[in-house]
Design a protein around this ligand. Structure first.
Ligand code: SAH
Length: 353
């Protein structure tokens, strides 16, 4: 799927840029590589580079649809409600969630924030009539938003910062001959280091994503102003930890992060502590941040598994394995977290949190 014409160009472009202007930030390297990566080919699925929860089982999207419908009903069934997905991939989650929500008379307008034209086409096939947006600034402002972001934030650019004797500096991408290498930056970066980390010991490295903070901040503002709820699901920790989580995945394998930029999926763990703090600071209600396994179990994935198995006894084992992958520790159950955020005027308690 990923042909090789463009990516070589991207490597060359980075090399020229670094030779002319000096090392670039990891965030720039990651942002431009992923923009390139997501506009080409089909990153998702068996044939692609990685598989996500909604592509494993319909139960994932169904339980999200159920959760959203429950919130909407308890918020008093407001009119003019919009379903918003950030980075909807193949549109599978949206299909499963909306089919389930419709059983509770929740039939929102659908808005997808998607950067890739290829994926937009696939998404139009899944959800005819969907409205696409380049970013969240153009989302409607005339009603509550039900926002879902699954494996979206992990693709947003991070900066890596290292504490040296003279304060915090950025880990940059430079060149050794033609090879990309990490080099130390000289600009002081203390201002973007979270308060509680400013005096960490020498050698400590953290990742931080101002791009993610900016999106969370605007989403929270909109929830406060318009009503609604958001589920952010991704891999990462509930509290920021030190160390690098930056990685590249191609054809279901980890590869060198500097190998052919634009041809692999570059990700970093999501800093849920930061996302929660930003949402709270903007006045939104944070319901909590749970492990995906616990959240899906609380939402009733076991009952749903049994129902599907009764309907399709010949694929009983397949369905059991899909459930395990979503829920168990050996699968996505522990590493993936679910962050719930609502408008202050919406219910402050919710299933799963
Ligand atoms: N949510 C889907 C897909 C996850 S892959 C699923 O669970 O299967 C990441 C998705 O985010 C893709 O749709 C990708 O094209 C999109 N994406 C990544 N970075 C983006 C950006 N900066 N702006 C808009 N969409 C982006």
């Amino acid at each position: 799927m990923n042909d090789n014409a463009g990516p070589t160009d991207l490597s060359e472009r980075f090399r020229r840029l670094i030779r002319e202007t000096g090392p670039i930030s990891l965030a720039q390297y990651m942002g431009e590589s992923n923009a390139h990566y997501y506009t080409r080919g089909t990153p998702l699925g068996q044939e692609g580079d990685f598989i996500t929860a909604p592509e494993i089982s319909q139960m994932f999207g169904e339980l999200i649809g159920l959760w959203l419908a429950d919130m909407w009903v308890r918020a008093g069934r407001p009119a003019n409600v919009h379903y918003v997905e950030l980075g909807p991939g193949r549109g599978t989650l949206g299909q499963d969630a909306l089919r389930t929500a419709a059983r509770y008379d929740l039939t929102p307008q659908v808005h997808f924030v998607e950067g890739s034209e290829n994926l937009r086409q696939v998404q139009r096939g899944a959800i005819p009539g969907v409205t696409h947006h380049d970013d969240i600034t153009t989302l409607p402002d005339d009603g509550p938003l039900l926002v879902v972001a699954n494996e979206f934030f992990d693709a947003l650019p991070v900066h890596q910062l290292i504490r040296s004797a003279s304060g915090w500096h950025e880990r940059m991408v430079g060149l050794d001959g033609d090879r990309f290498v990490f080099v130390g930056g000289d600009k002081p970066m203390d201002s973007i280091v979270p308060e509680s980390w400013r005096t960490a010991r020498q050698g400590t490295m953290i990742e931080t994503s101002p791009a993610s903070a900016a999106i969370m901040s605007e989403l929270a503002d909109r929830l406060v102003a318009q009503g609604g709820a958001a589920l952010i699901i991704d891999y990462g920790a509930r509290e920021l930890r030190s160390g690098s989580t930056f990685q590249a995945i191609r054809a279901h394998r980890k590869v060198d992060v500097f190998d052919a930029p634009g041809t692999a999926d570059l990700t970093a763990h999501v800093d849920f502590e930061m996302l929660g703090k930003v949402a709270q600071r903007q006045g939104a209600q944070v319901l909590g941040c749970e492990m995906q396994g616990d959240w899906l179990t609380a939402l009733g994935i076991d009952t749903r598994t049994e129902a599907l198995q009764r309907k399709s006894p010949q694929t009983k084992d397949v369905i059991a394995r899909q459930r395990a992958r979503l829920v168990e520790e050996s699968g996505m159950g522990l590493l993936f977290k679910v962050l719930g955020v609502t408008a202050p005027s919406w219910p402050g308690d919710a299933p799963g949190f």
